[in-house]
Structure formats: structure tokens, C-alpha cells
Design a protein around this ligand. Structure first.
Ligand code: GRF
Length: 199
């Protein structure tokens, strides 16, 4: 019998609710890839509970434990390299990453953002779209570079804004699209970048 090929390994960074993490756990973990670890800047984030429930190793990196963001990111980078992951997914990770961290994992960091970038980057993307009065917004999954939501898109999908929408109804329409696009993009990224990020 031939050797069973190992699944690609990814890590996820998340700060909040973790619905995108849950989609990765439910649809991909143990099937097309392994989530080797989940890291957070926020102790008690719901995302950490979701990872623990799935038996995935968790680490918390609160900024208050470090002299500055660079020191915190250096420790996250060391942790990630130890996990030997091909892909690092930002799934609602709200801390800004420092330039050396991004350089260490060039083209390895994937982010999901609730707009059709380059429209509405940064915080409150859903509210920005509503305030702009546009008829559609959407979801972008992209590689992370040093800018705010400026890296090259991997997948994008438009979502209509309907009369009477508020942030809650629009978010509810965007979320399943986020989950689908993120799972597709991460599967493809992990499959085509099989060797772990260099140490
Ligand atoms: C999502 O809207 C994602 O696009 C943005 O942060 C939110 C995270 O949601 N980057 P969740 O924590 O995955 O539920």
C-alpha cells in the first residue's frame, strides 16, 4: 500500500466571533487540510472556544504581554513556523500586522474582507457601503501585503444591497459568501503552496 499523502497544514488568526473559522473547521479540517493552530490577540474570543471544541491547539498573544507590536508579532511568527504551515488565514483578525511579519510570510497570508476591494477597505466596510448608497457590495479574499486590504485578490463575489438593508441584514447576506469564498481560496492556496513557509 502506498504512503497516504499528508494534508496541507494551515493556521488561523482570529479576534472575534469566528464564524469564518467555523466554516474552515466544518468544511476543510481533517478532510482537505489540517488546521494546526488558532491564534488570537483577544483572550476569551469566541473563535478560541470554537477551535478548542474541535481539538485544535490555541495560543493567545495579548498586546499587553509584550513591549510593542513588533515583539508580539515576532512571537506569533515563531509559533507559526513551529507549526510548519503553508497558509496563514486571517479570519476576522483585528490587530494590524507589522511589516517584518508580513515579509516573513510573503504570499502566505490570506484575508477575508466584506467588500469588493478596492472599494471600502479598512474598518466598518459594511457600514461604508451602506453610507455610500451603492447597489452592490461583496466579499474579497486576498493575499496580505503591507497596506490595509490592498494585497492581490484571490477570489471576489458581488452581493446585492437591497432596499431597507441595514448593517445586520447586509452582514447576514455577506456571511455565507465569505464562508464559501474563504474555504475555496484557502483550499486552493494550501494545495498549491505545499512546502511550509521558510524558517
Ligand atoms: C468578517 O466579516 C471578515 O470578513 C472580517 O471580519 C469578520 C469576521 O467575522 N475580516 P467572523 O469572526 O469570522 O465571524
Amino acid at each position: 500500500m502506498g504512503r497516504v499523502p499528508e494534508l496541507p497544514r494551515i493556521a488561523v488568526l482570529a479576534s472575534g466571533e469566528g464564524s469564518n473559522l467555523q466554516a474552515l473547521i466544518d468544511r476543510l479540517h481533517g478532510e482537505s487540510l489540517m488546521i494546526a493552530g488558532v491564534g488570537s490577540d483577544k483572550p476569551g474570543a469566541r473563535a478560541l472556544g470554537r477551535a478548542e471544541a474541535a481539538g485544535i491547539a490555541c495560543e493567545v498573544f495579548p498586546l499587553a504581554d509584550y513591549p510593542d507590536r513588533a515583539a508580539r508579532d515576532a512571537e506569533i511568527a515563531t509559533w507559526l513556523k513551529g507549526l510548519e504551515v503553508t497558509t496563514i488565514v486571517l479570519a476576522g483578525y483585528m490587530a494590524l500586522l507589522t511589516a517584518p511579519f508580513i515579509a516573513a510570510f510573503r504570499e502566505r497570508i490570506v484575508n477575508v474582507h466584506p467588500s469588493l476591494l478596492p472599494q471600502f477597505p479598512g474598518l466598518r466596510a459594511i457600514e461604508q457601503a451602506l453610507e455610500a448608497g451603492v447597489e452592490q457590495t461583496g466579499v474579497t479574499v486576498h493575499l496580505v501585503d503591507e497596506g490595509i486590504d490592498t494585497g492581490p485578490p484571490l477570489l471576489q463575489q458581488a452581493v446585492p444591497i437591497l432596499p431597507g438593508d441595514d448593517a445586520q441584514t447586509l452582514r447576514a447576506r455577506l456571511q455565507p459568501v465569505e464562508h464559501d469564498l474563504l474555504c475555496r481560496a484557502v483550499t486552493e492556496h494550501a494545495r498549491s503552496n505545499r512546502s511550509p513557509a521558510a524558517s
